[in-house]
Design a protein around this ligand. Structure first.
Ligand SMILES: O=C([O-])CC(=O)C(=O)O
Ligand SMILES: [Mg+2]
Length: 215
């Protein structure tokens, strides 16, 4: 088991605060990279989070790998789980989510399935996954598991310490530098949108309101 290193670099609190105000699909107007496969969806409704990625590669349904990653979570972190495209064994359920929530995590993203869905809904921790399963991970070790290493999640390479942004639309992961470079543009675009909607509702034509396109 590699990479059990605790992250030392916190995300800039000001950046996190600004990103929390952003409508994440606005970033989708400007960027092409960092968007997780749309099959990874929120398992809860009305969620919106920004957090630092703590990563784990779970090999062959190794539940201990997830537990090691859970032990590294700090307030505001998002646990990002690579499963090697395993959509059968759920590495996350009531107990895992409870541990993450008790550590103050902002959420969990799994490139795979979760279990205990009723309990997850009740707990309220934002969890993103491809669906649900009754079959779970197992209490066994696999040497190919690793914590806080780059992981492939929904087709995106997620590095420990990246910025995870997720809501009911899906999940986006950027480096802190990429997030800082886009946040002002996203916020100013969001600020312009209420007026666009008002003008459309008042009867103006779309090609008058948005002559150059949607951005
Ligand atoms: O143990 C697992 O793999 C998932 C689970 O059921 C839980 O976290 O409660
Ligand atoms: Mg369980």
């Amino acid at each position: 088991m590699n990479g059990t290193v605790r992250l030392t670099q916190a995300l800039d609190a000001e950046l996190v605060s600004r990103l929390q105000s952003v409508s994440f699909p606005t970033i989708g107007h400007f960027l092409e990279e960092g968007f997780l496969d749309s099959g990874i969806r929120s398992m809860l409704r009305n969620v919106h989070l920004v957090g630092r990625a703590v990563t784990v590669r779970v090999a062959s349904a190794d539940a201990f790998a997830t537990n090691r990653a859970l032990a590294l979570l700090e307030p505001g972190d998002v646990l990002v789980i690579e499963t090697g495209h395993d959509t059968t064994h759920a590495p996350v359920g009531a107990v895992t989510a409870c541990a993450a929530q008790c550590a103050g995590a902002a959420g969990i993203v799994v490139d795979g399935v979760v279990t205990d869905i009723v309990e997850l809904r009740g707990a309220g921790l934002p969890v993103f996954a491809r669906g649900t399963s009754v079959l779970t991970a197992k209490r066994k070790l696999d040497a190919n598991s690793a914590v806080n290493v780059p992981v492939l999640c929904g087709g995106v390479m997620v590095n420990p310490g990246d910025v995870v942004m997720a809501d009911d639309n899906g999940v986006l992961v950027l480096s802190p530098e990429e997030a800082a470079a886009i946040v002002d543009l996203a916020l100013s675009t969001d600020r312009a949108e209420p007026d666009i909607l008002r003008r459309l509702r008042s009867g103006e034509a779309i090609d008058t309101v948005l002559p150059g396109g949607m951005e």
